[in-house]
Design a protein around this ligand. Structure first.
Ligand code: CTP
Length: 402
Protein backbone atom coordinates (compact mmCIF):
# COMPACT_ATOMS: atom_id res chain seq x y z
CA UNK A 1 0.00 0.00 0.00
CA UNK A 2 1.31 3.46 -0.88
CA UNK A 3 1.43 5.97 1.95
CA UNK A 4 3.03 9.22 3.04
CA UNK A 5 5.69 7.45 5.01
CA UNK A 6 9.37 8.40 4.67
CA UNK A 7 10.55 5.22 6.41
CA UNK A 8 13.94 4.02 5.14
CA UNK A 9 14.53 7.32 3.33
CA UNK A 10 17.72 9.26 3.87
CA UNK A 11 17.23 12.99 3.55
CA UNK A 12 19.99 15.58 3.64
CA UNK A 13 18.75 18.87 5.09
CA UNK A 14 20.93 21.79 4.00
CA UNK A 15 20.61 24.90 6.13
CA UNK A 16 21.88 28.27 4.89
CA UNK A 17 22.45 31.46 6.83
CA UNK A 18 19.22 33.35 7.27
CA UNK A 19 16.95 34.52 10.03
CA UNK A 20 14.60 31.64 9.12
CA UNK A 21 17.26 29.00 9.86
CA UNK A 22 15.54 28.11 13.14
CA UNK A 23 12.49 26.95 11.16
CA UNK A 24 14.55 24.19 9.56
CA UNK A 25 14.64 22.58 13.01
CA UNK A 26 10.88 22.04 12.63
CA UNK A 27 11.42 20.61 9.13
CA UNK A 28 13.93 18.17 10.63
CA UNK A 29 11.48 17.11 13.35
CA UNK A 30 8.61 16.62 10.89
CA UNK A 31 10.81 14.55 8.57
CA UNK A 32 11.83 12.36 11.48
CA UNK A 33 8.18 11.99 12.49
CA UNK A 34 7.54 10.48 9.05
CA UNK A 35 10.35 7.99 9.70
CA UNK A 36 13.15 9.60 7.66
CA UNK A 37 16.83 9.45 8.59
CA UNK A 38 18.03 13.06 8.41
CA UNK A 39 21.58 14.35 7.94
CA UNK A 40 22.34 18.05 8.20
CA UNK A 41 24.77 20.24 6.26
CA UNK A 42 25.15 23.83 7.45
CA UNK A 43 26.95 26.71 5.82
CA UNK A 44 29.48 28.52 8.02
CA UNK A 45 27.26 31.60 8.35
CA UNK A 46 24.35 29.65 9.92
CA UNK A 47 26.31 29.40 13.16
CA UNK A 48 25.61 33.13 13.64
CA UNK A 49 21.89 32.23 13.83
CA UNK A 50 21.73 28.72 15.30
CA UNK A 51 24.29 26.30 16.70
CA UNK A 52 25.28 23.06 14.97
CA UNK A 53 24.76 21.19 18.26
CA UNK A 54 20.97 21.62 17.91
CA UNK A 55 21.01 19.82 14.57
CA UNK A 56 23.57 17.27 15.73
CA UNK A 57 21.54 16.25 18.77
CA UNK A 58 18.20 16.21 16.97
CA UNK A 59 19.43 14.39 13.85
CA UNK A 60 21.61 11.96 15.84
CA UNK A 61 24.35 12.48 13.25
CA UNK A 62 27.42 14.70 12.97
CA UNK A 63 26.69 17.95 11.17
CA UNK A 64 28.74 18.67 8.07
CA UNK A 65 29.88 22.31 7.95
CA UNK A 66 33.31 22.37 6.35
CA UNK A 67 35.22 20.30 3.82
CA UNK A 68 38.19 20.25 6.16
CA UNK A 69 36.58 18.95 9.36
CA UNK A 70 38.91 17.04 11.68
CA UNK A 71 36.47 14.05 11.70
CA UNK A 72 37.65 10.61 10.45
CA UNK A 73 36.03 10.63 7.03
CA UNK A 74 35.27 14.30 6.47
CA UNK A 75 37.32 14.50 3.27
CA UNK A 76 34.90 12.19 1.44
CA UNK A 77 31.72 12.85 3.44
CA UNK A 78 30.28 15.13 0.76
CA UNK A 79 30.52 12.32 -1.78
CA UNK A 80 29.18 9.61 0.56
CA UNK A 81 26.24 11.71 1.75
CA UNK A 82 25.39 12.64 -1.84
CA UNK A 83 25.44 8.97 -2.86
CA UNK A 84 23.33 7.81 0.06
CA UNK A 85 20.68 10.55 -0.10
CA UNK A 86 17.18 9.78 -1.38
CA UNK A 87 16.43 13.49 -1.40
CA UNK A 88 18.16 16.76 -0.58
CA UNK A 89 16.27 19.77 0.77
CA UNK A 90 17.83 23.23 1.01
CA UNK A 91 15.81 25.17 3.57
CA UNK A 92 16.29 28.06 3.87
CA UNK A 93 18.08 28.60 0.56
CA UNK A 94 19.78 31.99 0.35
CA UNK A 95 20.40 34.03 -2.81
CA UNK A 96 24.06 33.10 -2.42
CA UNK A 97 23.63 29.29 -2.47
CA UNK A 98 21.03 29.51 -5.26
CA UNK A 99 23.54 31.50 -7.34
CA UNK A 100 26.35 29.08 -6.60
CA UNK A 101 24.37 25.94 -7.45
CA UNK A 102 22.90 27.49 -10.60
CA UNK A 103 26.39 28.25 -11.81
CA UNK A 104 28.24 25.16 -10.63
CA UNK A 105 30.39 26.96 -8.10
CA UNK A 106 31.86 24.74 -5.34
CA UNK A 107 33.71 26.76 -2.72
CA UNK A 108 32.38 25.35 0.56
CA UNK A 109 30.98 22.11 2.02
CA UNK A 110 27.38 22.64 0.86
CA UNK A 111 28.08 23.82 -2.69
CA UNK A 112 30.70 21.08 -3.18
CA UNK A 113 28.25 18.46 -1.89
CA UNK A 114 25.58 19.76 -4.30
CA UNK A 115 27.81 19.07 -7.31
CA UNK A 116 27.89 15.38 -6.34
CA UNK A 117 24.10 15.06 -5.73
CA UNK A 118 22.11 12.85 -8.10
CA UNK A 119 18.79 12.49 -6.21
CA UNK A 120 15.79 14.91 -6.29
CA UNK A 121 16.43 18.31 -4.71
CA UNK A 122 13.85 20.59 -3.07
CA UNK A 123 14.87 24.25 -2.73
CA UNK A 124 13.11 26.71 -0.41
CA UNK A 125 14.24 30.25 -1.28
CA UNK A 126 13.91 32.47 1.76
CA UNK A 127 15.18 36.04 1.86
CA UNK A 128 14.24 39.71 1.82
CA UNK A 129 11.58 40.55 -0.80
CA UNK A 130 13.81 42.91 -2.80
CA UNK A 131 16.52 40.26 -2.94
CA UNK A 132 14.01 37.58 -3.94
CA UNK A 133 12.64 39.76 -6.72
CA UNK A 134 16.12 40.68 -7.97
CA UNK A 135 16.53 39.68 -11.60
CA UNK A 136 19.75 37.76 -11.05
CA UNK A 137 18.14 35.73 -8.24
CA UNK A 138 15.05 35.01 -10.34
CA UNK A 139 17.29 34.03 -13.27
CA UNK A 140 19.18 31.60 -11.03
CA UNK A 141 15.92 30.13 -9.67
CA UNK A 142 14.78 29.59 -13.28
CA UNK A 143 18.06 27.79 -14.00
CA UNK A 144 17.51 25.49 -11.02
CA UNK A 145 13.95 24.77 -12.14
CA UNK A 146 15.21 24.02 -15.63
CA UNK A 147 17.77 21.64 -14.12
CA UNK A 148 14.93 19.66 -12.49
CA UNK A 149 15.06 21.06 -8.95
CA UNK A 150 11.72 21.48 -7.14
CA UNK A 151 11.29 25.06 -5.97
CA UNK A 152 8.95 25.67 -3.04
CA UNK A 153 7.61 29.19 -3.43
CA UNK A 154 8.29 31.34 -0.38
CA UNK A 155 5.39 32.62 1.67
CA UNK A 156 4.20 36.20 1.48
CA UNK A 157 3.76 38.51 4.45
CA UNK A 158 5.74 40.65 6.84
CA UNK A 159 9.38 39.59 6.92
CA UNK A 160 11.83 39.86 9.81
CA UNK A 161 13.44 42.87 8.08
CA UNK A 162 10.10 44.74 8.24
CA UNK A 163 9.41 44.58 4.49
CA UNK A 164 6.09 43.02 3.43
CA UNK A 165 6.17 40.76 0.39
CA UNK A 166 7.40 37.39 -0.87
CA UNK A 167 10.39 35.76 0.78
CA UNK A 168 9.13 34.14 3.98
CA UNK A 169 10.19 30.61 4.86
CA UNK A 170 7.20 28.44 3.90
CA UNK A 171 5.28 26.58 6.59
CA UNK A 172 7.51 23.60 7.54
CA UNK A 173 4.62 21.18 6.84
CA UNK A 174 4.42 22.52 3.25
CA UNK A 175 8.12 21.80 2.82
CA UNK A 176 7.64 18.26 4.11
CA UNK A 177 4.58 17.82 1.87
CA UNK A 178 6.67 18.76 -1.18
CA UNK A 179 9.35 16.29 -0.10
CA UNK A 180 6.80 13.48 0.23
CA UNK A 181 5.37 14.53 -3.12
CA UNK A 182 8.81 14.30 -4.78
CA UNK A 183 9.36 10.81 -3.38
CA UNK A 184 5.85 9.49 -4.14
CA UNK A 185 5.56 6.95 -6.95
CA UNK A 186 3.73 8.64 -9.82
CA UNK A 187 1.32 5.79 -10.60
CA UNK A 188 -1.49 8.22 -11.53
CA UNK A 189 0.60 10.11 -14.08
CA UNK A 190 -1.52 10.88 -17.16
CA UNK A 191 -4.80 10.35 -15.28
CA UNK A 192 -7.33 13.15 -15.00
CA UNK A 193 -9.13 13.05 -11.68
CA UNK A 194 -12.26 15.08 -10.91
CA UNK A 195 -13.26 15.36 -7.25
CA UNK A 196 -16.07 17.16 -5.44
CA UNK A 197 -15.77 18.08 -1.77
CA UNK A 198 -17.57 19.87 1.02
CA UNK A 199 -21.22 20.78 1.44
CA UNK A 200 -23.43 22.74 -0.91
CA UNK A 201 -25.22 25.84 0.32
CA UNK A 202 -28.79 26.55 -0.80
CA UNK A 203 -29.85 30.14 -0.29
CA UNK A 204 -33.15 30.97 1.43
CA UNK A 205 -32.60 34.72 1.46
CA UNK A 206 -29.45 36.92 1.25
CA UNK A 207 -28.39 35.95 4.80
CA UNK A 208 -29.65 32.39 5.31
CA UNK A 209 -29.10 29.03 3.71
CA UNK A 210 -29.65 25.27 3.98
CA UNK A 211 -26.48 23.21 4.26
CA UNK A 212 -24.89 20.31 6.19
CA UNK A 213 -21.90 19.50 8.40
CA UNK A 214 -19.49 18.32 5.68
CA UNK A 215 -16.00 19.74 6.38
CA UNK A 216 -14.49 18.89 2.99
CA UNK A 217 -11.50 17.17 4.64
CA UNK A 218 -11.97 13.77 2.95
CA UNK A 219 -12.33 15.22 -0.57
CA UNK A 220 -9.37 17.56 -0.07
CA UNK A 221 -7.25 14.66 1.21
CA UNK A 222 -8.04 12.63 -1.93
CA UNK A 223 -7.19 15.63 -4.15
CA UNK A 224 -3.86 16.14 -2.37
CA UNK A 225 -2.84 12.48 -2.52
CA UNK A 226 -3.94 12.07 -6.17
CA UNK A 227 -1.72 15.06 -7.03
CA UNK A 228 1.16 13.55 -5.04
CA UNK A 229 0.77 10.41 -7.14
CA UNK A 230 1.03 12.35 -10.39
CA UNK A 231 -2.62 12.89 -11.41
CA UNK A 232 -3.95 16.02 -13.05
CA UNK A 233 -6.52 16.96 -10.41
CA UNK A 234 -9.56 19.25 -10.50
CA UNK A 235 -11.39 19.81 -7.23
CA UNK A 236 -14.91 21.24 -7.27
CA UNK A 237 -15.33 22.58 -3.79
CA UNK A 238 -18.29 23.75 -1.79
CA UNK A 239 -17.61 26.36 0.93
CA UNK A 240 -15.03 24.90 3.36
CA UNK A 241 -12.14 25.99 5.58
CA UNK A 242 -9.51 23.52 4.46
CA UNK A 243 -6.04 24.38 3.15
CA UNK A 244 -5.94 24.17 -0.65
CA UNK A 245 -3.65 21.44 -1.96
CA UNK A 246 -0.82 22.65 -4.21
CA UNK A 247 -0.98 22.13 -8.00
CA UNK A 248 -4.68 21.26 -7.92
CA UNK A 249 -7.20 23.23 -10.00
CA UNK A 250 -9.90 24.36 -7.59
CA UNK A 251 -13.35 25.37 -8.84
CA UNK A 252 -15.29 26.98 -5.98
CA UNK A 253 -19.08 26.52 -6.03
CA UNK A 254 -21.90 27.22 -3.61
CA UNK A 255 -25.13 25.53 -4.65
CA UNK A 256 -25.92 22.03 -5.93
CA UNK A 257 -26.88 23.52 -9.31
CA UNK A 258 -23.45 25.18 -9.60
CA UNK A 259 -21.77 21.94 -8.58
CA UNK A 260 -23.78 20.03 -11.17
CA UNK A 261 -22.71 22.37 -13.98
CA UNK A 262 -19.05 22.21 -13.01
CA UNK A 263 -19.07 18.42 -12.52
CA UNK A 264 -20.92 17.47 -15.68
CA UNK A 265 -18.90 19.82 -17.85
CA UNK A 266 -15.64 18.32 -16.54
CA UNK A 267 -16.78 14.70 -16.74
CA UNK A 268 -16.08 13.91 -20.42
CA UNK A 269 -12.44 14.83 -20.02
CA UNK A 270 -12.01 12.77 -16.84
CA UNK A 271 -10.61 9.28 -16.16
CA UNK A 272 -11.59 9.01 -12.51
CA UNK A 273 -14.48 10.96 -10.92
CA UNK A 274 -14.87 10.84 -7.15
CA UNK A 275 -17.91 12.51 -5.70
CA UNK A 276 -17.26 13.08 -2.02
CA UNK A 277 -19.39 16.22 -1.64
CA UNK A 278 -22.43 16.18 0.60
CA UNK A 279 -24.97 17.70 -1.75
CA UNK A 280 -28.08 19.29 -0.23
CA UNK A 281 -30.95 17.19 -1.55
CA UNK A 282 -33.38 20.12 -1.56
CA UNK A 283 -33.25 23.86 -2.22
CA UNK A 284 -35.72 26.63 -1.46
CA UNK A 285 -38.30 26.86 -4.23
CA UNK A 286 -37.98 30.61 -4.06
CA UNK A 287 -35.02 32.62 -2.81
CA UNK A 288 -36.15 35.89 -1.24
CA UNK A 289 -34.45 39.03 -2.57
CA UNK A 290 -34.41 40.58 0.88
CA UNK A 291 -33.97 39.26 4.41
CA UNK A 292 -37.12 37.47 5.53
CA UNK A 293 -38.64 39.11 8.62
CA UNK A 294 -39.96 37.13 11.59
CA UNK A 295 -43.55 38.29 11.34
CA UNK A 296 -45.39 35.01 11.98
CA UNK A 297 -45.13 32.40 14.75
CA UNK A 298 -44.58 29.69 12.19
CA UNK A 299 -42.83 29.70 8.90
CA UNK A 300 -42.95 27.19 6.08
CA UNK A 301 -40.27 27.17 3.44
CA UNK A 302 -41.23 25.27 0.34
CA UNK A 303 -38.39 23.12 -0.96
CA UNK A 304 -37.77 21.49 -4.30
CA UNK A 305 -35.50 18.60 -5.10
CA UNK A 306 -31.98 19.22 -6.36
CA UNK A 307 -30.79 17.13 -9.28
CA UNK A 308 -28.91 13.95 -8.33
CA UNK A 309 -25.58 14.92 -9.89
CA UNK A 310 -23.96 11.52 -9.47
CA UNK A 311 -26.93 9.71 -10.96
CA UNK A 312 -26.78 11.97 -14.02
CA UNK A 313 -23.05 11.31 -14.28
CA UNK A 314 -23.70 7.56 -13.98
CA UNK A 315 -26.09 7.73 -16.91
CA UNK A 316 -23.64 9.75 -19.05
CA UNK A 317 -20.42 7.91 -18.18
CA UNK A 318 -18.38 6.09 -20.81
CA UNK A 319 -14.82 5.14 -19.91
CA UNK A 320 -14.80 6.99 -16.57
CA UNK A 321 -14.33 5.18 -13.25
CA UNK A 322 -17.08 6.66 -11.11
CA UNK A 323 -16.93 6.65 -7.31
CA UNK A 324 -19.57 7.86 -4.87
CA UNK A 325 -19.61 8.33 -1.10
CA UNK A 326 -22.46 7.29 1.16
CA UNK A 327 -22.61 8.78 4.62
CA UNK A 328 -25.23 6.87 6.60
CA UNK A 329 -26.47 6.79 10.16
CA UNK A 330 -27.78 3.19 9.85
CA UNK A 331 -28.11 0.20 7.46
CA UNK A 332 -24.82 1.07 5.79
CA UNK A 333 -24.50 -2.05 3.64
CA UNK A 334 -28.05 -1.95 2.34
CA UNK A 335 -28.07 1.81 1.65
CA UNK A 336 -24.61 1.90 0.06
CA UNK A 337 -25.42 -1.02 -2.30
CA UNK A 338 -28.70 0.60 -3.29
CA UNK A 339 -26.91 3.85 -4.20
CA UNK A 340 -24.16 2.02 -6.11
CA UNK A 341 -26.78 0.36 -8.34
CA UNK A 342 -29.13 3.32 -8.68
CA UNK A 343 -26.32 5.69 -9.69
CA UNK A 344 -24.46 3.20 -11.93
CA UNK A 345 -21.19 3.56 -9.97
CA UNK A 346 -18.01 1.49 -10.11
CA UNK A 347 -17.45 1.86 -6.39
CA UNK A 348 -19.07 3.49 -3.40
CA UNK A 349 -17.32 4.40 -0.16
CA UNK A 350 -19.65 3.98 2.80
CA UNK A 351 -19.18 5.29 6.27
CA UNK A 352 -21.30 5.57 9.36
CA UNK A 353 -21.38 9.17 10.53
CA UNK A 354 -21.71 9.91 14.21
CA UNK A 355 -18.83 7.69 15.29
CA UNK A 356 -15.94 9.80 16.75
CA UNK A 357 -13.43 8.06 14.42
CA UNK A 358 -15.45 8.59 11.32
CA UNK A 359 -17.36 11.12 9.30
CA UNK A 360 -17.85 14.87 9.25
CA UNK A 361 -15.02 17.07 10.48
CA UNK A 362 -12.87 14.25 11.91
CA UNK A 363 -9.22 13.67 10.95
CA UNK A 364 -9.75 9.92 10.57
CA UNK A 365 -12.34 7.84 8.80
CA UNK A 366 -13.63 4.27 9.03
CA UNK A 367 -14.96 3.24 5.64
CA UNK A 368 -16.19 0.22 3.73
CA UNK A 369 -15.59 0.00 -0.01
CA UNK A 370 -18.40 -1.55 -2.07
CA UNK A 371 -17.60 -2.68 -5.60
CA UNK A 372 -19.77 -3.15 -8.66
CA UNK A 373 -19.19 -6.94 -8.66
CA UNK A 374 -20.78 -7.23 -5.20
CA UNK A 375 -17.51 -7.47 -3.27
CA UNK A 376 -16.94 -5.31 -0.23
CA UNK A 377 -13.89 -4.41 1.82
CA UNK A 378 -13.99 -2.92 5.32
CA UNK A 379 -10.96 -0.81 6.19
CA UNK A 380 -9.77 -0.17 9.71
CA UNK A 381 -10.01 3.37 11.06
CA UNK A 382 -7.26 5.51 9.57
CA UNK A 383 -6.14 9.01 8.80
CA UNK A 384 -8.07 10.56 5.88
CA UNK A 385 -4.90 10.83 3.73
CA UNK A 386 -4.30 7.14 4.36
CA UNK A 387 -7.89 6.36 3.31
CA UNK A 388 -7.17 8.39 0.16
CA UNK A 389 -4.12 6.23 -0.60
CA UNK A 390 -6.03 2.97 -0.17
CA UNK A 391 -8.94 4.27 -2.24
CA UNK A 392 -6.62 5.29 -5.10
CA UNK A 393 -4.77 1.94 -4.84
CA UNK A 394 -8.06 0.08 -5.25
CA UNK A 395 -9.32 2.32 -8.07
CA UNK A 396 -6.06 1.87 -10.00
CA UNK A 397 -6.15 -1.91 -9.49
CA UNK A 398 -9.71 -2.07 -10.88
CA UNK A 399 -8.79 0.16 -13.83
CA UNK A 400 -5.81 -2.10 -14.64
CA UNK A 401 -8.13 -5.15 -14.58
CA UNK A 402 -10.46 -3.64 -17.19
N1 CTP B 1 -25.08 13.04 -4.63
C1 CTP B 1 -25.18 13.83 -5.76
N2 CTP B 1 -26.26 14.65 -5.93
C2 CTP B 1 -27.22 14.70 -5.00
C3 CTP B 1 -27.15 13.91 -3.85
C4 CTP B 1 -26.07 13.10 -3.68
O1 CTP B 1 -24.30 13.79 -6.60
N3 CTP B 1 -28.26 15.52 -5.20
C5 CTP B 1 -23.93 12.15 -4.49
C6 CTP B 1 -23.03 12.47 -3.32
O2 CTP B 1 -21.98 13.35 -3.71
C7 CTP B 1 -22.50 11.11 -2.93
C8 CTP B 1 -23.61 10.15 -3.30
O3 CTP B 1 -24.41 10.85 -4.25
O4 CTP B 1 -21.36 10.72 -3.67
C9 CTP B 1 -24.48 9.71 -2.15
O5 CTP B 1 -24.94 10.85 -1.45
P1 CTP B 1 -25.86 10.71 -0.17
O6 CTP B 1 -26.18 12.09 0.33
O7 CTP B 1 -25.27 9.73 0.77
O8 CTP B 1 -27.15 10.01 -0.76
P2 CTP B 1 -28.41 10.51 -1.54
O9 CTP B 1 -28.34 9.96 -2.92
O10 CTP B 1 -28.58 11.98 -1.40
O11 CTP B 1 -29.56 9.74 -0.79
P3 CTP B 1 -30.16 9.96 0.69
O12 CTP B 1 -29.96 11.44 1.00
O13 CTP B 1 -31.58 9.61 0.55
O14 CTP B 1 -29.40 9.08 1.60
Amino acid sequence: MLDNNLKDKTIVLCVCAGIAAYKSVEVLRLLQKQGARVRVIMTQGVKEFIGSLTFQVLSGNPVFTTLFDKGEDSSIRHIEWAEEADLVVIAPATANIIGKIANGIADDALSTFMLAVKCPVVVCPSMNTYMYENRAVQRNIDILEGDGFTIVEPGTGELACGVTGAGRFPEPRFVVDRIINCLSPKDLLGKKVLITAGPTREAIDPVRYISNHSSGKMGYAIAKIAEFRGADVTLISGPVHVESPLNVTIIPVLSALEMRDAFLSGLDDTDIAIKVAAVADYRAKQTADHKIKKNDDQMIIELEKNPDILKEAGMKKKHQFLVGFAAETRDLVENARKKLDAKNLDMIVGNLVGDPSSGFGTESNTVTLFYRDGKKESLESMDKEQVAHVLLDRIMARIRER
